[in-house]
Each structure stands twice: as C-alpha cells, then as structure tokens.
Ligand binder design. Structure first.
Ligand SMILES: *[C@@H]1O[C@H](CO)[C@@H](O)[C@H](O)[C@H]1NC(C)=O
Ligand SMILES: *[C@@H]1O[C@H](CO)[C@@H](O)[C@H](O)[C@H]1NC(C)=O
Ligand SMILES: *[C@@H]1O[C@H](CO)[C@@H](O)[C@H](O)[C@H]1NC(C)=O
Ligand SMILES: *[C@@H]1O[C@H](CO)[C@@H](O)[C@H](O)[C@H]1NC(C)=O
Length: 471
C-alpha cells in the first residue's frame, strides 16, 4: 500500500498541469493536495475492501470443508495424584525432594499419567482394521503400518512426490534398546537409520524400509551406531532430478553439532551418505530444510548452543549452504523448527529447549524467509491449560501443506518417551492460518500484519472425505 501511495503521489506530482498549478500559488497547491489526499483515501478504502472480500471468499470456501477441524475441543483429563513411590529413573531426573509436576509424572514410566499418554497396543490406529475408525487420527496412540508394525519415523518430515503423487514420510528408526551412554548422558538409541513410509492419503502408510542405514563396523563413520542421527528431511531437486536428505549428525555427547547430507535417485532410496559439516562454521543441532515455491531451498538450524536459529539458502544442487546466513530469534532458545508458507508469508513453529520433556510451542512469522521473524505466541488451542503449555505433550517436527485445502495443514509432532524411545508417539493435529494473532508486534496502517497460526487439539479427527482427490 505504501508503494501504491508513493507512486500515485509521484505520478500526480509529475503531471505538467499539476506542476504548473503547484508552481503558481500556495492556495492552489493546498487544493491540489487535498484532492490528492481524497484520491488516496478512496484508493485505500477500495484496497482494504477488496482485501476483506478476498479474505471472506477464501475463508468461507475452505471453512465449509474444514470447519470440523477448527472446532475447539476441551480435554478434562483426570490426572491421578502423584504416588509416594517413584521409579529410580524419575528420582534420578528430579531428585527425591521436589514434588513432581505433571510433566515429571508424564516422563515417569511407572506413573499412571505416563500410561494415559502412551496407551497400549489394544487401542492402536490400525489401517488394516477398516470400519468406523477408518481415516481417523488418534494423536498419541500407537500407529501401525500396513503390515501391522508400529511406524518408526520419529523427528520426521514428509515429502510429496509430484511424479508418483505419493507422500513419503521419513524419520528416525528408533526400534532398539534405550540406554544412557554414560551416567550424565541423555537417553539414546543407537543409530539404526532413516525409515521411509509411503502413502496416498496421509493415513495408511506402507513401510518402504530403511533408506539410509547406520554403520555397524567403521567407528570413525558419521553414521556409526554409537553416534546420533536426528530430524532427517528430504527435498526434491527439480534440476538434478535427485532426492536430497539433510539431517542432524552428532556424537553421543552432542559436541559434533553438524549437519549431514545424503542423496538418492529415488524417493525410496537407498540414499548415499555424502558428508557432514558445520554450516557457516557454526554448531548446528535441531534443524530442518524448506523448499520454497521458486525451487530455492533453505537450511534452518539451532546454533550458538541453541540460543538462536540460523537460516541460509542452500546451493542450487542442495548439497551445501551458501555463504549467506542470518541469525533469527536471537536469545530466544528455540529448537525443533517446522516451516511452512501460506499466501506469501512464511511461518514457523518451534519448541523450547528442555531435552525430551515437552514445553510450550511458539509460532513465528516473516514476510521474507531470511527475516526479520516475529514471534506471535502459542499456537495451541483446545485441550486444557496443561495441554496447551506442553504442545499437547509433544514437540514440533514438520508442517504438511494439504493440497486442495489451502490454509489447512497438518502439524506433525513427536511425543517422546525417554524411558523407551522406540515407543515415542506421533501427535498429528490440524493447523490453520487465519484470524488475529495473539501478539501482533507490527501494525500496518492499524491492521495487524500477521494472521494467527492455530493448532487445534482433537482426541480423534480426520481430514474431509476425499480431500486428496480435490488436489
Ligand atoms: C460402528 O458404528 C456403528 C454406529 O455408530 C456402531 O453401531 C457399530 O458398533 C460400530 N462398529 C464398530 C466395529 O465399532
Ligand atoms: C570409515 O569411515 C571414514 C569416514 O567416512 C572413511 O574415511 C574410511 O575410509 C572408512 N573406513 C573403512 C575401512 O571403510
Ligand atoms: C562423552 O562424555 C563422557 C563424560 O564426559 C565421556 O566419558 C565420553 O568419552 C564422551 N564421549 C564422546 C563420544 O565424546
Ligand atoms: C561448501 O561451501 C563452502 C564455501 O561456502 C566450502 O568451503 C566447502 O568446501 C563446501 N563444502 C562442500 C562439501 O562442497
């Protein structure tokens, strides 16, 4: 709008008649400027009106099919009171004196609260058992693949492959024993590799196997089982026709703090591991990659000991970063970034840094992907206060755009189970963009610049029937 106003003023100013009038007398120039003012006001008014009309149109057209997803569902879970006895793990984590919080209880594998959030196999989401539960997501329940095995794709991301019109879900396979490398080490599982699952509808997933495997013998290899491979993400390079995987590579103590790159000619692998490095020379832990509409891709990573995020474009082959880098959310201590774009604006969900324990999510927005990024507040809606303050007891990992449902996304999160990491669960919930942000930090002519990002709690939900056919 500012641009339009400026160019209009310039146009009026440079008109010969106007210039002569302006040159003659003060009162005439006053009249001309009042006229210009009037024109501008009318122009603004029609612009704003037009924008509103567009908004209403977009809003109503997608609301009709997704209204169900945006229902606010309260959750009045009864939290059993903490018992006297606690597991040795829990005691070690918190010490014997502190009274346990709900989060402590959630992390204590012997507590009833823990059992509430990690229900047993009987309630598993099973695509083979079609019927009333068909197509429904049950956040936090065991989720089986088409062979009846629990899906192993933690810290994952989803690639939509246009050629095969198939979704591929990549994530960490953590199907091994959980242990501590040493007394003060975090709970870990040896590197098994990156799993891949394929689906047409984002609900029924077929296991495509391990597409990048851990290294069993060579102890100096990045993928040696004793190391760490987290948050793998795959993007497709239209120019080279190759699938490029980026991941967090670390040693058991998280001191290597690097990114790893692997490549494949097929979305189902096998991927060839290339190398790891510290992007722009900085430590890099939680990370993600984002491919923009113009084919340009970006790496976003937690750096400076997780105190800030860094963002920078990848090279055209997606094998490296360029020299360009911006520091964003400096001093905010955010991790687990998940980026998406809607109507030209970039959005990001992040978590705080509390290890495996869940914490409050934040939504951020930016007009340019390189920043500045503004923090808009907690996107979580529904559930209850504890749910919202702990991202529904999960941590962001990816946001999936839904083709055919503009403005609707799936928020993918991990409900980590640090006492048995392979049993960590998936919390997928509908995410929409629209309405007023809670903390709009910037105003443009009195209008907040950002739309609210909302993640709606549902105990059970599904996408509108046949949504993928409308894509
Ligand atoms: C499916 O729903 C119908 C109607 O709500 C119900 O009568 C039936 O028992 C349900 N079947 C299963 C397997 O839950
Ligand atoms: C072990 O891995 C390192 C690093 O990738 C490599 O340089 C070396 O050649 C490998 N050794 C063997 C025996 O494969
Ligand atoms: C990690 O730290 C522990 C204790 O400080 C040490 O014993 C161990 O050798 C370290 N491991 C690696 C892989 O650096
Ligand atoms: C990545 O780019 C940097 C320069 O920006 C260069 O120094 C480095 O060698 C490159 N890495 C690879 C693996 O090509």
């Amino acid at each position: 709008m500012v641009e339009t106003a400026r160019s209009l003023a310039v146009a009026v100013n440079s008109h010969p008649v106007v210039r002569i009038l302006l040159g003659s007398r003060c009162s005439v120039s006053l009249i001309v400027w009042s006229l210009v003012g009037c024109i501008l006001m009318i122009h603004f008014y029609s612009l704003i009106h037009q924008k509103d009309r567009e908004k209403i149109h977009i809003g109503s057209s997608h609301l009709s099919v997704t209204r169900e997803l945006e229902e606010v569902e309260e959750e009045s879970l009864y939290f059993p009171p903490p018992r006297g006895k606690r597991s040795p793990h829990a005691l070690k984590r918190r010490g014997p004196r502190k009274p346990p919080s709900v989060i402590d209880e959630f992390l204590d594998e012997s507590s009833e609260v823990h059992a509430l959030f990690f229900p047993h196999r009987k309630s598993a989401v099973n695509p083979n058992k079609k019927g009333n539960d068909s197509m429904y997501y049950y956040p936090g329940r065991l989720w089986l693949d088409t062979e009846g095995n629990p899906i192993q794709a933690h810290g994952g991301g989803i690639l939509f492959d246009e050629r095969t019109e198939t979704y591929y879900w990549y994530g960490e396979n953590k199907d091994g024993p959980t242990y501590q490398a040493h007394r003060k080490g975090a709970a870990r599982v040896d590197i098994i590799g990156v799993s891949c699952y394929s689906s047409k509808d984002l609900w029924e997933w077929t296991n495509e196997g391990i597409v990048l495997s851990g290294e069993e013998t060579n102890a100096s290899h990045d993928l040696h089982v004793s190391n760490v491979l987290e948050r793998p993400k795959v993007i497709y390079n239209d120019v080279s026709d190759r699938y490029v995987m980026w991941m967090h590579i670390d040693d058991a103590n998280y001191t290597k703090a690097s990114v790893g790159v692997a490549v494949s000619d097929s979305p189902t692998g096998p991927f060839t591991y290339l190398y790891s490095f510290r992007p722009h020379g900085f430590d890099s832990r939680d990370m993600t990659v984002f491919k923009d509409d113009d084919g340009k891709a970006y790496l976003i990573y937690s750096s400076e000991d997780n105190s800030e995020l860094h963002i920078g474009p990848l090279t055209d082959d997606y094998f490296n970063v360029t020299r360009v880098m911006r520091r964003i959310l400096v001093g905010q201590h955010r991790e687990a970034p998940a980026l998406f774009k809607y109507q030209g604006t970039y959005y990001m969900i992040t978590s705080g840094c509390t290890g495996w324990a869940p914490n409050r999510a934040l939504a951020h927005a930016a007009e340019s992907i390189m920043g500045p990024w503004e923090t808009m507040g907690n996107p979580c809606i529904g559930g209850n206060k504890i749910f919202r303050s702990a991202t529904f007891f999960a941590q962001s990992t990816y946001v999936v755009p839904l083709l055919g449902l503009p403005g609707s996304f799936i928020f993918m999160a991990d409900r980590w189970n640090p006492s048995e990491l392979r049993d960590s669960r998936y919390v997928w919930l509908p995410l929409t963009v629209g309405g007023m942000a809670d903390e709009p930090l910037e105003y443009n002519f009195g209008f907040p610049l950002w739309s609210r990002v909302s993640i709606y709690w549902h105990r059970r939900w599904r996408l509108p029937e046949g949504w993928w056919r409308t894509a």
